[in-house]
Design a protein around this ligand. Structure first.
Ligand SMILES: NC(=O)C1=CN([C@@H]2O[C@H](COP(=O)(O)OP(=O)(O)OC[C@H]3O[C@@H](n4cnc5c(N)ncnc54)[C@H](OP(=O)(O)O)[C@@H]3O)[C@@H](O)[C@H]2O)C=CC1
Ligand SMILES: CC(=O)[C@@H](O)[C@H](O)COP(=O)(O)O
Ligand SMILES: [Mn+2]
Length: 384
């Protein structure tokens, strides 16, 4: 029996993880759940999965729940509570399904407590890839990818020596605006942006898919997960999202992982790894697939992707700055304060103004993150 802690259990990845656990009660149990402020859904999850500990990072949400809840599950709150959730002694695996930079400290805490990490929270590896992967190595902890592309690559790489790998091919759907030009992008709104062609996901990542910042974050995530150079990572647009990513080997052979766009498949693989379990998520029917198409991403229009490569290659705290500026810009876009194209402008402004220091300590990254958030907020204020 594997005991699973889910950080971010009320979100898109969190709820799908609980579906996987519910379908495999003989294999998994829930030790810990966390959310930010959705106390009512968390309470339903407590009733169904009976975790030992739950955390609401929003203190007033935690107080609300504590007032009415009479059961045995312990309730904690705030960032300190989230760290407790990450290191709970019963858990074998910590699945990081919370969104944004908030995932970094609990992930590091879970690594120090020697938990296997099933990583959905890509922002953690983007902001602090070097520190997180070094900590994982030192603690002999595995980081198993949940992100669909990285899970695909991870699956392709089973039994493959990295010296045989020429490059990783990250597939991208192209998002809802793949066929639009810059003029057309000036007028797209939040509701257009939230209509992803293939995946149903949380709002932040759905906007990231539309700007291609998601693919940029994934390039940096892949660099750290698989210890490859940026020259070895290529993005290819595949609008059908059936090929989840590929690996090209030195002899020219290409390995791919295919499946319906359903996150429960990579989630389940991360939880059962290195084994596999039967699943009933739906199957690919090749007789019904009309075409598989591929194209180059248009980085003149979707500049967030080339900025991510640029930030990644510069290294140090630049990816952290890219991530922070993007998080603030996406929030502002979702709340109607800025236009879609401003998101990339805000990232560009932070990357241009950032003065790098030599050190890549956690402290330096926290400072870079705070600096970029402030800078992005100032840019947003000047636009509104
Ligand atoms: N959705 C998907 O299909 C995929 C997602 N990912 C990655 O997985 C992560 C989660 O994405 P997704 O599930 O879509 O996101 P959602 O927005 O759907 O869910 C986010 C979860 O995190 C909690 N949360 C939000 N803010 C904080 C915070 N500051 N501190 C602690 N907890 C917080 C939310 O709680 P509450 O509900 O209370 O607000 C919720 O449980 C992201 O990093 C994303 O990039 C990767 C691949 C695919
Ligand atoms: C499901 C998943 O892994 C997302 O990251 C997805 O890949 C987003 O699709 P895009 O390819 O449009 O960014
Ligand atoms: Mn992905």
């Amino acid at each position: 029996m594997r005991h699973i802690a889910i950080l971010g259990s009320t979100g898109s990845i969190g709820t799908q993880t609980l579906q996987v656990i519910e379908a495999n009660p003989e294999q998994f149990s829930v030790s810990v759940l966390s959310a930010h402020s959705n106390d009512s859904l968390l309470e339903e999850q407590i009733e169904k999965f009976r975790p030992e500990l739950v955390v609401l990072t929003d203190k007033s949400a935690a107080e609300r729940l504590a007032k009415r809840y009479k059961g045995k599950t312990r309730i904690l709150s705030g960032e300190e509570g989230l760290i407790e959730a990450a290191i709970h002694p019963r858990s074998h695996i910590v699945l990081t399904a919370l969104v944004g930079f908030a995932g970094l400290r609990p992930t590091l805490a879970a690594i120090s407590a020697k938990k296997t990490i099933a990583l959905a929270n890509k922002e953690t590896l983007v902001a602090a890839g070097e520190i997180v992967t070094k900590a994982a190595k030192e603690n002999h902890v595995a980081i198993i990818p949940v992100d669909s592309e990285h899970s695909a690559i991870f699956q392709c790489l089973q039994g493959i020596n990295m010296t045989s790998v020429r490059k990783l091919l990250l597939t991208a759907s192209g998002g809802p605006f793949r066929t639009l030009n810059k003029e057309q992008l000036k007028t797209v709104g939040v509701s257009d942006c939230l209509k992803h062609p293939n995946w149903s996901m949380g709002k932040k990542i759905t906007v990231d898919s539309a700007t291609l910042a998601n693919k940029g974050l994934e390039v940096i995530e892949a660099r750290w997960l698989f210890d490859v150079s940026y020259d070895q990572i290529e993005v290819i647009v595949h609008p059908q999202s059936i090929i989840h990513s590929m690996v090209e080997l030195i002899d020219g052979c290409v390995l791919a992982q295919l499946g319906l766009p359903d996150m429960r498949a990579p989630i389940q693989y991360a939880l059962t790894y290195p084994e596999r379990s039967t699943a009933n998520f739906g199957r690919l029917d090749f007789s019904k697939i009309k075409s598989f198409t591929f194209e180059q991403p248009d980085t003149d229009i979707f500049t967030a992707l080339s900025m991510a490569y640029e930030a990644g290659r510069k290294g140090g705290a630049f990816p952290c700055v890219f991530n922070a500026a993007n998080e603030i810009a996406v929030q502002a876009f979702l709340s109607g304060k800025i236009e879609f194209l401003h998101i990339a402008d805000i990232i560009r402004s932070s990357l241009n103004a950032f003065e790098a220091s030599d050190s890549v300590t956690l402290e330096a990254l926290l400072q870079a993150d705070a600096w970029a958030r402030k800078r992005a907020a100032e840019d947003i204020a000047s636009l509104t």
